[in-house]
Design a protein around this ligand. Structure first.
Ligand code: FAD
Ligand code: UDP
Length: 750
């Protein structure tokens, strides 16, 4: 869907509570531009305009601002004008229109959706103060929509006869977000004075809550404390029942919910059984279960149908039964092994990723019916949305006017350079730290079309044993490293001779051991390189090509930067945002979670950026790639490491390095996220392994690649080269140039 925009119209404020629209749209924003358009805010004496901000996940939230007191016609005119300015100013040309509120149709009717989607998550017309005209607006929206989703099964039953293409997409759960609630997390300050046992609810507090039942249950169980977290809407806070064991704590961010649930003993959903709740499918049911809590709920149809059979879920229709349900849930608390595994199995397949990918497939199918992807519509199929594939897709589309289908088997763009905020909202690199550096002005100029930059000079310390115990010393080895490692005080001019006296000369220099031993001698080699390399590659430096350790220089001065390139900077809004801009072109279509084989066999020209041996079915045997397992962790401190990366050459430590992302990104946040890298032989292919026998094997694949006319192989995996990002960009740019030259030559010959 990339090269496209998604305009979402919603009656909910983005910051209200994190629910279905947010879960889905942050996933959409991994590959396309997403605009979340809220209803207007009113101010005295202003001209209609939009206030926009970009969330950490890359969704642009648009809040229309209208002058106080305009009549309904003025409202529609103002909203249309704001929308037009937004679309023209941002070159939004053929957006997907994604509605949560049929009311938005009033001012968007002139747009043609590509396609139009109605994600119906509630029976809005049954809500308090609902506009009586809503059912008619919904019918009008249904008439325009190519596909309709419903947020639950009851809603599906209610809507299925109203449209020919309705799909039930019950809301899911971000299990990994809530699972930490089962561990020890700091207690929210507003909980400290509330005694246990505690039964909690979070969500919007409006007419859907049965406050009478709640007050009665609280009176029946004075020793139990009822905690309610969430914004109060459409009801007067003064009308909420009050009691010593009823605690109304107000709203809090999605990121804080796990720490909140962690301090409850059970969860509750005291929903009223009325028109407004007839069709609801509360997202919080699986969230509570993921947080490890048993749940007491009134008999909401979807809750009964989906979870009613679980031991962890107690259905209770009145206050007496609700109180008894709470007793049962609290009694279960000490015995999680008897009910949690069953609940975990029930929610295992309910991830938002898979819900989004099913919805995405439906939207795609609507646009491309009957087949999803038809290669004949494209001039090029590009496999892999990393640097190699994205640069080529951009050049072919924007530089050569070609139509490009870009596929990637992963659920996001950016390849290994992809970044995304973690559960705490900290921008991390899920595939390990990526620091951009280059000497190439051409590469820098090219990428600068898609991103602004934040200057960043990378520094690394290695934890090594020295004469004075374990120390964190600069790597690459420099004057400071030498002085502190050996306990000497050499001037800059003396360092070369000092190291020269220790160096073990190897001629010819062939392996990674030869390079380092010849530069710094055995002590520094063993402390800084041998253990690290054995872990990283599963090979001794003497078994690896010299090019591997030659990446790390030796210095005699005090320069402690890891790189000395002319340009050292990080994309200001992150790599994914940069890729998103790169791929935002009407001629580029992106299909994620798609294998290149899924695209069919008859081919236009293909660019392949995956592993070259995989393309040829491993016909000459497997090319070795080194892999990594990443362990991510968030700490409750603002800073954990003195520099961006700390290396661990010690063979006894199972990981090679720890990265603290905030150094790289400059993000300001009260917490910090770290990543440790554990090298492995199995797993996703990350590193080609530079050694002579692998180079020989690669040459056999290269011969096959050269003989495959309609496929061009580019990138780190497809050309089996230990390339940095800038080298891959340069390779992709020159490949595009060659492809264009070839086309011109063919045309001239014809
Ligand atoms: P990739 O980013 O690997 O992209 C290939 C894409 O193809 C993947 O998304 C994959 O899912 C997809 N794909 C593969 N096969 C198929 C298939 N059959 N069907 C569909 N899709 C397929 N470089 C730097 O310059 N600085 C750094 O600091 C840096 N740090 C790094 C740290 C780590 C841990 C790693 C592993 C690499 C680092 N790099 C760094 C290197 C950088 O990641 C690469 O140079 C760059 O990302 C390579 O881009 P690419 O497009 O060739 O490959
Ligand atoms: N290396 C090492 N100790 C270190 C840093 C690097 O032994 O403290 C070796 C190791 O073999 C590593 C290689 O030098 O794989 C290249 O390091 P670089 O940081 O360039 O690797 P990258 O992580 O960028 O691929």
């Amino acid at each position: 869907m990339a090269g496209q925009d998604l305009l979402c119209f919603s009656h909910l404020r983005w910051d209200f509570v994190f629910q279905r629209p947010q879960h889905l749209l942050v996933r959409a924003a991994r590959s396309i531009r997403v605009w979340y358009i809220e209803d207007a805010e009113w101010h005295h004496g202003i001209r209609p305009h939009a206030v926009t901000r970009t969330t950490p996940e890359g969704v642009v939230v648009v809040v229309p601002q209208l002058p106080h007191g305009v009549d309904p016609e003025g409202y529609l005119a103002g909203m249309r004008m704001i929308l037009a300015e937004l679309m023209i100013g941002n070159r939004i040309e053929r957006p997907i229109l994604w509605y949560y509120t049929p009311h938005a149709l009033d001012w968007t009717e002139h747009l043609v959706g590509n396609p139009t989607v109605y994600d119906c998550m509630d029976e809005l017309s049954a809500f308090r103060y609902a506009d009586p005209g809503l059912p008619a607006r919904e019918r009008a929206l249904m008439a325009r929509a190519a596909v309709v989703f419903t947020g639950g099964h009851s809603l599906y039953e209610a809507k299925r006869t109203l449209h020919r293409n309705v799909h039930a997409m019950p809301s899911g759960v971000d299990t990994s977000h809530f699972a930490p609630a089962r561990t020890i997390l700091p207690e929210p300050a507003d909980h400290a004075a509330i005694p246990h046992p505690r039964v909690g609810f979070y969500g919007v507090i409006d007419e859907r809550l049965d406050t009478t039942l709640l007050a009665e249950a609280a009176a029946l169980r004075p020793e139990v404390h009822f905690i309610l977290v969430g914004p109060v809407a459409k009801i007067d806070p003064a009308d909420l029942p009050q009691a010593p064991n009823l605690h109304w704590l107000g709203s809090r961010a999605y990121a804080e919910l796990p720490a909140t649930c962690a301090h409850w003993d059970a969860a509750m959903m005291p929903f009223a059984l009325n028109q407004a709740t007839r069709y609801i499918s509360p997202t919080k049911t699986p969230e509570y279960l993921a947080a490890g809590l048993a749940v007491v709920s009134t008999p909401i149809a979807d809750v009964v149908a989906t979870y009613g059979g679980l031991q962890a879920v107690h259905i209770a229709a009145d206050a007496q039964a609700f109180a008894a349900g709470i007793d049962a849930a609290l009694a279960q608390r000490p015995l999680p092994e008897t009910w949690r595994p069953e609940a975990d199995r029930a929610i295992a397949a309910m991830g938002w990723d898979s819900i989004w990918s099913r919805m995405h497939a439906q939207v795609h199918a609507t646009r491309r019916a009957p087949g999803i992807l038809r290669r004949a519509e494209y001039d090029h199929v590009v496999v892999g949305a990393g640097f190699a594939g994205s640069v080529l897709a951009e050049r072919l589309a924007a530089g050569s006017g070609r139509r490009v289908l870009l596929v990637d088997r992963r659920p996001h763009i950016g390849g290994n350079a992809h970044d995304a905020p973690d559960a705490a909202g900290i921008l991390i690199h899920p595939y390990g730290p990526h620091i951009f550096h280059t000497n190439s002005e051409a590469v820098m100029d090219y990428l600068s079309r898609f991103t602004a930059w934040r200057p960043y000079e990378h520094r690394v310390l290695a934890r090594v044993p020295t004469f004075a115990g374990c120390q964190l010393l600069p790597i690459p080895i420099n004057r400071t490293t030498v002085n502190r490692f050996f306990g000497v005080d050499l001037a800059e001019a003396e360092v070369a001779a000092f190291l020269g006296a220790r160096a073990v000369s190897r001629v010819p220099v062939r392996t990674s051991a030869d390079v380092v031993l010849g530069a710094v001698g055995r002590e520094l080699y063993e402390a800084f390189f041998q253990g690290y390399t054995r872990k990283q590659w599963g090979l001794d430096p003497s078994e690896l090509d010299k090019s591997v350790t030659a990446r790390v220089p030796t210095r005699t001065n005090d320069d402690d930067r890891y790189f000395t390139d002319r340009f050292q900077a990080m994309p200001r809004d992150g790599y994914t945002a940069m890729f998103r801009r790169m791929l935002h072109h009407p001629n580029i279509e992106v299909a994620l979670e798609t294998e290149w084989q899924d695209v069919g066999s008859r081919s236009p020209h293909m660019v392949f950026t995956g592993p070259v041996d995989e393309y040829f079915g491993h016909r000459h045997g497997r090319l070795p790639y080194r892999s990594l397992r990443f362990e991510h962790e968030t700490l409750e401190v603002a800073q954990a490491l003195p520099v961006g990366v700390v290396n661990e050459p010690d063979p006894a430590v199972p990981y090679t390095r720890t990265t603290e992302f905030k150094h790289l990104t400059g993000q300001v946040h009260a917490q910090t996220s770290l990543c440790r890298e554990y090298p492995t032989a199995e797993g996703d292919p990350y590193y080609p392994v530079p050694r002579p026998e692998n180079a020989d094997l690669y040459r056999r694949y290269q011969a096959l690649a050269d003989a495959t006319d309609d496929v061009t192989f580019v990138g780190r995996l497809a050309t089996y080269k230990y390339y940095n990002m800038d080298q891959v960009v340069a390779q992709a740019l020159s490949t595009w140039q060659k492809l264009m030259n070839r086309t011109q030559a063919t045309m001239a010959a014809e």
